[in-house]
Unconditional design. Structure first.
Length: 186
């Protein structure tokens, strides 16, 4: 008996991820400095604010992605996750970012986006786009989604589900409360 093969393909903006990780590393260096040198309520306030900024960098730059799975398309936006079964997808296109059209509306996917430089080059028609440009990458993702939709739509079941990014929202709320309490007690 053959084991069931599951294939997941994840697409995201590499440049955003790199920027987000750099920002978080700088924030981590600031937190280490505060823990080592500045152990006061003011330091706790600054540490909480740096923590909030690190989470915002993660949510805005690192978290967004699009994952193709046999059971559907998983879209991780900034603070929400959307699971769209293959049979619920009506169309997919790219304007500035990937858009998935369903019967209930459009879901925007910032995990796959076009770089403005590539859009300008395409519009002007002057210099040729490089082989690794964002337009060809986005077109590749659209083709992969269409391929998965054709392959899995007949066997797909379920409805579109949307959930909040609870860990990130809870962490921001806790750090905000810590910052407010530190400011009050300071």
């Amino acid at each position: 008996m053959k084991p069931k093969v599951t294939e997941n393909e994840q697409y995201l903006s590499a440049s955003n991820r790199i920027t987000g990780v750099v920002v978080m590393v700088i924030g981590l260096a600031g937190l280490v400095d505060i823990v080592a040198e500045w152990r006061t309520l003011g330091g706790l306030l600054v540490a909480a604010l740096i923590g909030i900024l690190m989470i915002v960098a993660y949510v805005g730059l690192v978290r967004p992605s699009v994952t193709l799975r046999p059971d559907g398309l998983m879209i991780r936006n900034h603070i929400r996750d959307h699971h769209v079964p293959w049979h619920r997808i009506e169309d997919v296109d790219v304007t500035d970012i990937l858009r998935v059209h369903t019967s209930t509306g459009k879901i925007r996917c910032p995990g796959v986006q076009l770089v403005m430089k590539d859009l300008r080059k395409q519009r002007v028609g002057g210099r040729k786009l490089g082989a690794d440009n964002s337009i060809s990458r986005a077109d590749f993702v659209v083709d992969r989604i269409d391929n998965h939709r054709e392959r899995y739509a007949k066997a797909a079941e379920g409805e579109i589900t949307t959930t909040w990014a609870k860990p990130e929202l809870i962490a921001v709320a806790v750090l905000a409360v810590v910052a407010v309490v530190a400011q009050i007690l300071r």
